[in-house]
Design a binder for this molecule. Structure first.
Ligand code: ADP
Ligand code: MG
Ligand code: MG
Ligand code: MG
Ligand code: MG
Length: 445
């Protein structure tokens, strides 16, 4: 649904909205916002709200710091939770970022995704549909209200209360999201203790990326209200499953789902196979964007249902890409490596550009792997053409730097800032000496 300026002004009056929060996402995936009282609504709606871009990580140099926020009117919504102390409500708008010269800003992740979506349209596709399955942990807060890593329950996959102590929080998350217009398909306890998943209906990529950012905000807000801390950190506790964000994807044309071909033995079209070929081709390069933290690589290890190798399968959940059994309009590819620390705009831009490159070059995927890859040895894997995903953030960043398709998908501005920031992050991590190291080496050497 989209709104006109006049409709938004009317809703703001009718619903007693006191503040307008204009949000955007920085290069590293953090949600930023500028909040103004509704007296400033005209300025916001007329694309005249400014902010200082030089104060945002990975944005601009000081001398080009004035930026405009252009709200996307279709993203208007009122936060359904009460604000402290007064009755007025808070509404939000997601914005695109423009320079002082009123050009789209090259460092805006939403702009990067828009650009690749324009390429997809040029290739004849009307939509890149994306449905994600974000997972998160609920942890207890301590007496001071700070997060701990103490698990709040002993539940497992699809368990019920009383083992699933997060059930009430999860229900409130679902109800809140529904009030905000999300169509929730499922919500359940995940495999690990204290771990949850909420699935909402797929949407066209830009809206899907916006939804992911909104989703994280809602989960964190509702968890807090209930005395818990929600985290999307990929591997908060060693030895149990980490949190992923499986990403289901399909391309549509005006005739419907372009991944469908009922005459194929798997029901997949040439477009789907070539898209998959592109995903496999560029997987090592887009991993830095899909898994952008040091901690991401602690999830991508064998034994915890997360992928480690570049491969695909129809029947098996160990490879990086799975073809879920649903057919018809639900025909899709599921990319299982992505985790919720990914900036959804740049990650989807990179993934889509990879798939489009596969379509353009008619890349054929390797044969599917229908046995458990973790049980294959290195020689068997090599014979099957299965390669490894990067195993550290630094290795992933190097792969990204070397891939022109993925780098140009996010644009040189974002690529440079991102690579620079991630190298610093990795160095900072390397300078830290962990308990594992002192346990392993202190007495042995
Ligand atoms: P899983 O079986 O992997 O647990 P889920 O049922 O949890 O899968 O999630 C499936 C996701 O795929 C949902 O977000 C759903 O809306 C989405 N989806 C369904 N059809 C399509 C499609 N054609 N394109 C993209 N996403 C889709
Ligand atoms: Mg699921
Ligand atoms: Mg699942
Ligand atoms: Mg899951
Ligand atoms: Mg899944």
């Amino acid at each position: 649904k989209t709104f006109t300026k006049e409709e938004i002004k009317q809703i703001v009056v009718d619903e007693n909205v006191e503040f307008i929060r204009v949000t955007f996402t920085d290069v590293l995936g953090a949600i930023k916002n500028v909040e103004v009282p509704t007296s400033q609504l005209d300025k916001v709606l007329d694309n005249n709200l400014m902010f200082d871009g030089s104060s945002i990580e990975g944005f601009v140099r000081i001398n080009e710091s004035d930026m405009y926020l252009y709200p996307d009117l279709s993203t208007f919504m009122i936060f359904p939770w009460a604000t402290d102390g007064h009755g007025g409500k808070v509404a939000r708008l997601i914005a695109d970022i423009y320079t002082a010269d009123r050009e789209p800003f090259a460092g805006d992740p939403r702009h990067a995704l828009r650009s690749v979506l324009a390429d997809a349209r040029e290739a004849g596709f009307t939509a890149f549909n994306v449905g994600t399955e974000p997972e998160f942990f609920l942890f207890k807060l301590d007496e001071k209200g700070n997060p701990t890593t103490e698990l709040n329950d002993k539940g497992g996959y699809f368990d019920l209360a009383p083992l699933d102590m997060g059930e009430n929080v999860r229900r409130e998350i679902v109800l809140t999201l529904e009030k905000m217009g999300f169509e929730i398909e499922a919500a359940h306890h995940e495999v690990a203790e204290g771990q949850h998943e909420v699935d909402f209906k797929y949407a066209s990529a830009l809206e899907a990326a916006d939804n992911i950012q909104t989703f994280k905000l809602v989960v964190k807000t509702i968890a807090r209200k209930n005395g818990y801390y929600a985290t999307f950190m990929p591997k908060p506790v060693a030895g149990i499953n980490g949190s992923g964000m499986h990403t289901n994807m399909s391309l549509f044309t005006k005739d419907g789902n372009a991944f469908v071909d009922t005459s194929d033995e798997m029901g997949l079209s040439k477009t789907a196979y070539n898209f998959l070929g592109g995903i496999l081709e560029h997987a090592t390069a887009f991993t830095a964007l899909a898994n952008p933290t040091v901690n991401s690589y602690k999830r991508l290890t064998p034994g915890f249902e997360a992928p480690v190798y570049v491969a695909w399968s129809a029947s098996n959940r160990s490879p990086m890409v799975r073809v879920p059994a649903s057919r018809g309009n639900s025909t899709r590819l599921e990319l299982r490596s992505v985790d919720p620390t990914a900036n959804p705009y740049t990650a989807l831009a990179a993934i889509l550009a990879s798939g489009l490159d596969g379509i353009k070059r008619e890349l054929e995927p390797l044969a599917s792997v229908d046995k458990n890859i973790y049980l294959m040895d290195e020689v068997e894997r090599e014979k099957a053409g299965i390669t490894d995903l990067p195993d550290t953030l630094l290795a992933a960043v190097r792969e990204l730097a070397a891939d022109d398709v993925v780098r140009s998908a996010i644009g040189e501005h974002i690529a440079d800032k991102f690579i620079e920031a991630k190298k610093i992050e990795y160095t900072s991590y390397r300078q830290f000496v962990s308990e594992w190291e002192t346990d392993s080496y202190l007495e042995n050497y």
